[in-house]
Write a protein that binds this ligand. Structure first.
Ligand SMILES: [Zn+2]
Ligand SMILES: [Zn+2]
Ligand SMILES: [Zn+2]
Length: 316
């Protein structure tokens, strides 16, 4: 099997599927583009695999062996190749980079088309193809050191470029509506700009009505028409935006990036801003009884820290 040829063909077929436009082929398009991306990632790992390691970096199973010179080396075994999670681990171990956030959105879209087959349409796929285009262009250029247009072929490349340009125009129109709202929180503003439709996964969300107060704003998906109110979208945007920081709070013991708001109970109290992104409530972060900092997870007992709150209740 020639990995690189397979990677190129998967993308080419994916673009042909997209052009055909029928539902069946649109579904195939997302599958193929996703498969193609993974194959390009594997190609990068294959190229970095040491000689005589049986392409160790793309094999799911790795064995340690002694080579004829008596040195211990890692060798790939079995037929199974790495999954997306292993690719991510190996990239970070050997210093290959890609935009994992973009990739994750494409992966989600790929899973979504299986589950929401009925709502998938060409509009929603535009953002998937456009994001794949940017990812591939950067990856082929920076990590494979090849010319993307030559590798994918002029026809496929021009089509991807065209889809990406149309998408870009729509994206700018969406951004303008988002910028018309006073979000009153840099975290929330960034979060809404990065938000994807909860139904179809497209990142083509328009804030409506423009210039409206934040709590009355809705987001409308340009791709599938789904609407989301401020009450729904603000906590979702915050949790999406801060998911990595939240993960680190569990693995590295960092403080929680956001917590449930003591005032409105939405999961949108942003610790770094000391303010709720939904209702603007600013809690007291210093305990009025002992003067200590109140931990984020104890903010619901503010203005008392968890300990003082406990002592007070005990004495009541
Ligand atoms: Zn949508
Ligand atoms: Zn609140
Ligand atoms: Zn206290």
């Amino acid at each position: 099997m020639n990995l690189l040829t397979n990677a190129i063909e998967a993308i080419q077929v994916g673009i042909e599927d997209y052009e055909d436009g029928s539902r069946r082929r649109l579904l195939a398009s997302v599958r193929n583009v996703y498969a193609g991306l993974l194959l390009f990632y594997k190609e990068a790992l294959r190229r970095k695999s040491p000689p005589e390691s049986n392409e160790v970096l793309i094999k799911a199973q790795v064995q340690l062996q002694k080579n004829p010179a008596g040195k211990v080396v890692a060798v790939g075994t079995g037929r199974k190749t790495v999954d997306s999670h292993q690719i991510q681990e190996r990239f970070s171990a050997i210093g290959i980079t890609t935009n994992w956030k973009k990739f994750e959105n494409i992966r989600k879209a790929r899973n979504n088309v299986e589950h929401y087959y009925s709502t998938i349409n060409a509009e929603a796929l535009k953002s998937v193809i456009a994001n794949a285009f940017v990812l591939l262009r950067d990856f082929i250029d920076r990590e494979l050191h090849e010319e993307p247009r030559d590798l994918l072929g002029e026809r496929t490349w021009d089509k991807m470029l065209q889809i990406a340009e149309v998408y870009q125009v729509e994206r700018i129109a969406c951004d303008e509506t988002i910028e018309s709202i006073d979000w009153n929180s840099p975290t929330l503003f960034g979060a809404v700009e990065n938000l994807h439709c909860v139904e179809c996964g497209a990142d083509l969300l328009m804030a409506t009505p423009t210039n409206s107060p934040r709590d009355q704003v809705s987001l409308q998906c340009r791709a599938c028409g789904n609407g989301e109110t401020a009450e729904e979208l603000i906590p979702r945007a915050i949790s999406d935006e801060l998911s990595w920081e939240l993960y680190l709070s569990f693995t590295d013991g960092n403080e929680f990036p956001y917590v449930s708001c003591p005032e409105c109970s939405k999961e949108s109290y942003v610790i770094s801003e000391r303010k709720c992104a939904y209702c603007d409530h600013e809690a007291t972060h210093i305990c009025i009884r002992c003067g200590d900092n109140i931990l984020p997870e104890e903010l619901d007992s503010s203005p008392l820290c968890g300990w003082c709150d406990y002592m007070k209740n005990k004495n009541d």
